[in-house]
Design a protein around this ligand. Structure first.
Ligand code: FAD
Ligand code: SF4
Length: 420
């Protein structure tokens, strides 16, 4: 088929669902633009330590996709970019992208000389702010594209010139400005995914107040060798291994005051993380406080295996409050054990809040007429004429479903063009 401008497909969001949609469409012969807000592709999966069902590191799956992109000239990637405007109709859509300056061009070899010359530090967004990095930084060690970023505050600082001169490859360009790019496309896949529910809104759980109350996404980074502790699961208050760990399920989920829905994934994520703790600290006692356990299909076996572990205790009951121990530096969970109908106070060293997944579209909607449900997820796969939704922008799902959904959305986007 001859390719014209309007036979191109735009994919917004470079997580598992968007990556899949872009690659599948390109491999079917369509020119594809992949637009990603972060300086790297991979989405939230890139931040996991391991992922089920196989419990392998995320780069097993991501690298295969990056190779497919590298080998396919039909995929054009824009990082640090967002869609500002969409107009037109199915088969003939005009899109305006806003591109934020990276201040580093394609000549970068990721040698790190700029970071060596830089003294300014920033919070590390990849590790959810648990450590600090230089303001000239590689987003993470496996980043795609493997290219440094200069923080805008560094680019404007007195230090910028010395950092630029430290680069042996003339890869730093401090004159880069925000710019707009317009594209003509036939159809669009929207796959902007999710963000963790803001745990500071859970005012009885002490997140932000007690350093040993962390969230499930932070636990993924703590367990990872590329994380803030090089993979050591420790208490953030004192760097010591925890002797007791509590996972608090439905932290803000299935709750009218926060996220009224179930994110489906967090039960499995906590069981996975309980196993991270068991592997590192075999004597650590683990509690999982739950309302109901959600484990579907083959993952029921994983639940049974975890439940059979003598050091992992499942307690049915919602945690009401987390406070600091009166004597000592631990935490105390107040919970009603619904099986024994007793109120319990359980002291632990580390608490992991299993917060849910909130769609990014709840805060950054598609700049076009698109139907949403009450929670901000795009209400149907066909989001509009020529616009299709995939992955966690539609509903909370795991990686496997995101890949299936990305493939389905690519097919719909292709059909959209074929109809014209
Ligand atoms: C604690 C935890 C552990 C998990 N562990 C597992 C596991 O072991 N196995 C499993 O199968 N699933 C797991 N999941 C679920 C998994 O993270 C999701 O299935 C996956 O992230 C969905 O991919 P996605 O592409 O839909 O969304 P995302 O991963 O969120 O990707 C969306 C992408 O879009 C980008 N984006 C956002 N807004 C914009 C914008 N306006 N413009 C451009 N780009 C934008 C984002 O930067 C991101 O790169 C876990 C979830 C949690 C909470
Ligand atoms: S910008 Fe230059 S100095 Fe910094 S990592 Fe890239 S090539 Fe090396």
């Amino acid at each position: 088929m001859e390719s014209t401008e309007t036979q191109s497909i735009l994919v917004v969001g470079g997580g598992m669902s968007g990556l899949t949609a872009a690659i599948e469409a390109a491999e079917a012969g369509y020119d594809t633009y992949l637009v990603e807000r972060n300086p790297y592709l991979g989405g939230r999966v890139a931040q996991l330590h391991n992922y089920f069902p196989k419990l392998c590191p995320p780069y097993c799956g991501l690298e295969i996709n990056f190779r497919r992109i590298r080998q396919n000239p039909r995929v054009r990637v824009f990082t640090m970019s967002e869609v500002e405007r969409i107009s037109g109709q199915e088969g003939n859509l005009d899109v305006t992208l806003k591109i934020t300056p990276r201040y580093v061009n394609e000549k970068c070899t990721a040698c790190g000389k700029c970071a060596e010359a830089c003294s300014m530090e920033i919070e590390n967004p990849f590790n959810y702010g648990m450590d600090r990095i230089k303001a000239a930084y590689l987003p993470h060690v496996m980043a795609y594209p493997m290219r440094y970023v200069i923080d805008p505050n560094l680019a404007k600082s007195d230090e910028a010139k010395a950092v630029k001169e430290a680069c042996p490859y003339e890869a730093i360009d401090l004159d880069m400005e925000p710019r707009s790019v317009t594209l003509k496309v036939g159809s669009i896949v929207w796959a902007t995914g999710w963000k963790p529910y803001d745990a500071t809104k859970l005012d009885t759980y002490g997140f932000g107040q007690y350093p040993d109350v962390i969230t499930n996404v932070m636990m993924e980074r703590l367990a990872s060798w590329t994380g803030p502790t090089q993979g050591k699961i420790v208490r953030l208050s004192n760097g010591e291994p925890p002797k007791t760990v509590a996972f608090v399920q439905c932290a803000g989920s299935r709750d009218e005051n926060h996220l009224p829905y179930c994110s489906g994934i967090c039960c499995l994520a906590s069981m996975k993380q309980a196993n991270y703790v068991r592997e590192q600290h075999p004597d650590t006692k683990i509690f999982i406080f739950f309302i109901d356990i959600r484990a579907t299909d083959r993952l029921e076996d994983f639940y049974r295996k975890t439940k059979g572990d003598e050091n992992i205790e499942f307690i049915k009951g919602k945690v009401a409050k987390i406070t600091r121990e009166e004597k000592g530096d631990g935490l105390v969970l107040r919970v009603e054990d619904t099986a024994s109908e007793t109120l319990k106070e359980i002291p632990v060293d580390l608490v992991v809040l299993a917060t849910g997944m909130q769609p990014n579209t709840s805060e950054a909607p598609v700049p076009a007429q698109v139907p949403y449900d009450d929670y901000g997820f795009i209400a149907s796969q066909q989001a509009g004429q020529g616009i299709y939704a995939a992955g966690c922008t539609r509903t909370p799902v795991g990686v496997q479903e995101s890949v299936q959904d990305g493939t389905a959305a690519a097919l719909k986007a292709i059909q959209s063009i074929a109809r014209r």
